[in-house]
Design a protein. Structure first.
Length: 238
């Protein structure tokens, strides 16, 4: 007998592999799940299109796997944050080469991005009476972004809780696992159907390439995001 689901969560959902796995996990754990996305002038804006397909298909995939014991997928909140691109001179918001900077970080680092995303998500959650935020940040298999570290999110969790005068929880299911383990989690949550959905319909490539399909999905195959995804796929398949 399945244990009844309870509670609610707001998932930061970009349309990529990581956020799709986080959303699948939330649907398996919470009775009510909502999503939030951000249009911040990203170079790979194609993710905003593919996320619609994933949102339409994922509940059915999870319901079939979990025999109907899956949370309700509610409202999707899309916010416009174009000013972030205006103040960010990065390879995610400009047509420039992806390289390491003098700060020791890849040029794809958008300063303050996750901090802003979670702050806006907390504000939306406050209005929706949802205090659990779920994000795909990871410090195990990532590009070194400081706003992906758990210590950053712990500090933000405290600040948001005090600022909202209500307990805010930031869940990061992928924080301590690598990309191979992320593929494994997807298969554990949704079987081959979820893995196939991630391959066919999610998008991670920083360059927005949807013309080249690989065993692990679409992408240029050369940017840091593609390499992480491809290497994780190869390791998991072995």
């Amino acid at each position: 007998m399945n244990t009844p689901l309870s509670g609610s969560a707001l998932v930061l959902f970009s349309g990529g592999q990581d956020s799709t796995v986080c959303l699948a996990r939330a649907l398996a754990r919470y009775a009510h799940v909502e999503t939030i996305g951000f249009d911040y002038g990203q170079r790979h804006a194609i993710e905003l299109e593919v996320r619609k397909t994933v949102l339409a298909q994922l509940p059915t995939v999870m319901s079939d796997v979990l025999s109907g014991s899956v949370g309700t997928l509610g409202n999707d909140h899309m916010l416009q944050l174009s000013t972030l691109a205006e103040i960010s001179d990065t390879a995610l918001t400009r047509e420039v080469e992806i390289e390491m900077t003098d700060a020791g970080l890849p040029s794809t680092f958008v300063p303050g991005r996750n901090i802003l995303f979670l702050t806006y998500a907390a504000a939306v959650g406050y209005r929706r009476k949802i205090t659990t935020l779920v994000g795909g940040m990871c410090e195990t298999d990532y590009s070194g972004y400081p706003d992906c570290r758990r210590e950053t999110l712990d500090a933000l969790e405290i600040a948001l809780s005090k600022g909202m005068d209500t307990p805010v929880t930031i869940e990061t299911p992928l924080m301590y696992i690598d990309k191979a383990q992320t593929w494994a989690m997807a298969h554990e949550l949704g079987g081959d159907a979820l893995v196939d959905l991630i391959i066919a319909d999610t998008h991670t490539c920083y360059l927005g390439d949807r013309s080249n399909r690989h065993a692990w999905g679409y992408g240029c195959g050369e940017c840091p995001a593609c390499k992480l995804r491809a290497n994780g796929w190869a390791k998991w398949k072995v």
